[in-house]
Unconditional design. Structure first.
Length: 255
């Protein structure tokens, strides 16, 4: 997401946006232009609220939630013939991977139940006051990983960001941004601005990813940011895009 000490100015020129970056930790920018930093502590929105907002925006989180071990025993059989990812759902867990709340390539009912036991025991030991809302079971799917996010700036309003996942965003900073609201045409411009667009089109005989489905996700976030001012920032990370659609695999809403 956007770094705290940076602001990106958007100057609309016909259908294109020019992005200029100012680093407020230096004297590069005029102090008269320095944005107001709101001193507030953000908290993660509960899972049920997050999914309710996603569903109302025609976005669905991949997989199925089991609220406890008994519920998991009933639902695990649906996934017995496939590899799955398992993610602990808790407002106390913001960064799932860093906090040991994610396992991937889990296969078989016994292993699914064992992973539940291992992860919950470990989290209760490290975070005694944690409240676990359940565990999300998701089929492992292939495709290109992208990130769609939003951060609400006090001056510019909701700023939506798109980029390819993995090293593209972490190393190459390959992202595009817009101030909401915007339409599908503008969202398509965002995708085309990234170097990762060539990967989404398909290379060396690969099928093209569902660009139309990805546009649905980006424009839904643009619209959502206006309809839900209580959301201060959000991350859909990753969204896995393949020829069959754009699948929201993880969502984090902060309020």
């Amino acid at each position: 997401m956007i770094q705290e000490n940076h602001v990106f100015f958007f100057f609309k020129q016909k259908t294109a946006y020019e992005i200029k970056e100012c680093d407020w930790s230096s004297d590069v920018c005029s102090s008269d232009l320095k944005p107001k930093i709101v001193d507030e502590t953000l908290v993660q929105m509960p899972f049920d609220q997050t999914t309710k907002i996603l569903n109302s925006s025609n976005l669905n989180l991949l997989g199925e939630l089991a609220v406890d071990r008994e519920d998991l025993e009933k639902k695990a059989d649906k996934f017995k013939d496939m590899k799955v990812a398992m993610k602990i759902i808790s407002s106390d867990v913001v960064h799932k991977s860093d906090q040991g709340a994610v396992r991937v390539n889990v296969e078989g009912v016994e292993d699914i139940l064992a992973v539940w036991d291992e992860m919950t025991e470990s989290l209760y030991e490290s975070m005694s006051s944690i409240e676990i809302e359940g565990i999300l079971i998701q089929p492992m799917i292939e495709g290109k990983e992208v990130i769609v996010g939003m951060k609400r700036d006090e001056v510019f309003g909701p700023m939506v960001v798109f980029g390819m996942g993995g090293v593209f965003v972490e190393v190459f900073k390959d992202v595009a941004m817009r101030v909401a609201p915007f339409d599908r045409e503008e969202a398509f411009d965002m995708i085309q601005e990234t170097k990762g667009y060539a990967l989404l089109q398909g290379m060396r005989g690969e099928k093209s990813a569902d660009i139309s489905g990805l546009l649905d996700v980006i424009t839904s976030i643009s619209k959502m940011s206006l309809e839900h001012p209580e959301i201060k920032e959000l991350d859909l990370n990753p969204v896995i895009v393949n020829e069959e659609g754009a699948h929201v695999v993880d969502a984090r809403f902060m309020k």
